[in-house]
Design a protein around this ligand. Sequence first.
Ligand code: SF4
Length: 466
Amino acid sequence: MASEKMDNPRRAMRWNLTCDKGQCQERVSKKGKEVIEVCKFKPTIKQVEERTHDAESCSYYLQKYEALVAPHSLWNYHAFFQIMKFNKKLFEDYLDRKVSIFDEAHKIEDQIIQFVGFDIFAGQITECNLNSEKYDFTDLDSMIKLTDDMAYSYAKQIKDIKESTIFQNKPDFELITRLERRYDKSAQAKIDIMGDKDNFIVNDPMKDFNGNFRTISVKPIDVSKFAKTFFETEYQIFMSATINKQSFCENMGFDKDEVAFVDTPKSPFPIEHRQIDLLNIRRLSYGSTEEDELEVIKTIDRILDEHSTERGLILTSSIPRCQKILRFLSPKNTRRIRICHSANKDGKTQDEVISEHASDPTGVLLSSSLWEGVDLKDDLSRFQIIAKVPYPNYKEKRTKAKMDKFPLWYTSQTLTKLLQGFGRSIRSNDDWAKTYVLDTAVNNVFFKAQQMIPKAYYDVLGMENL
Ligand code: SF4
């Protein structure tokens, strides 16, 4: 849906524009009494089921309820997990399905983690009148104390506001609802963490350019304990070209004996369309020398010369590495490059950069984030260079803790990202692209992850006799 500010909500609704009313349901004061007022455009699920809803009903709720009452429906992860986590009871009559299918299953952990643990923002600490310097942002107990202090502060604010004469004369229920939501979140966060303290880790705080605290997140290492909430149908099918049974079951907390694994023996795309050249130039790691780095960049330059009339993609592991590659390429090839991340320096979105790339016949995207979720079909990319193996960043505390506890997870994450990268430029049967891998560390990944490599990659990796 498009988004536009309109004065006439009825007209906005008719045009299917995003609502800016803000509250689907709100508490208002009528004749001195607090009552719940529901937006007049909001249909009930029963009305949608019986097709008796108003023609001008809110299109957001119409879509949501139509999906719930339909025999089959398609959801994005966030919308579906939101229901499973918070509204299961409310919609239980509509959630009784036999089968659910989860696509892109290799990303499920990232989705689940958004629903467990919590994030605290600087604004909330200020709102609670707390001094952030009193807390140790590296210590879990100190963070539990912070959530506790926040819950206390929100409870007190609610009480004080309700008792004030201003509120009694002109109650602001919107404010109260917002504070109550924040109280619930802080109180719930404490309960969650205290219930399983060893499983939570405090990530490093994010700071702004001036070094001031911006946000901190506390996340679980093992998500398997929370996963069951989201998977309740009798049968579940998880689809991905890049998962393996052992690591997936361990991560999700599934009993291996209850899981059947279908490992497609052959890729549907012809082998000559997805050739991979392991060039073994140098091993890139934190300990690699300047000479190693420059040798890899020299090879990138050479490959760009060989593909001087085509578009392509260069993948590496971090933004500083992107910048370094750009610094040392020949001027002629530098002009072909577009650095592309989810957020870019000049304010351009990823889609904007890719659409510029599409109109440059010899353009090359350089990125540390396009390993997944981008579709460079046909001429949008005829060659791809994997400059560096994409190990998860173990400087991130949760990654380090998870890697120590689940070594298999770390290898599997690296392999998944690498295989996802291989697929960025070959999107259909007739599509083709050549892939070059420069980092020697790839051999180590393939060796460690031997049992995890899906069979569909065996031909192109020369593993058919295994
Ligand atoms: S029910 Fe729909 S139209 Fe009404 S406030 Fe909510 S989103 Fe907006």
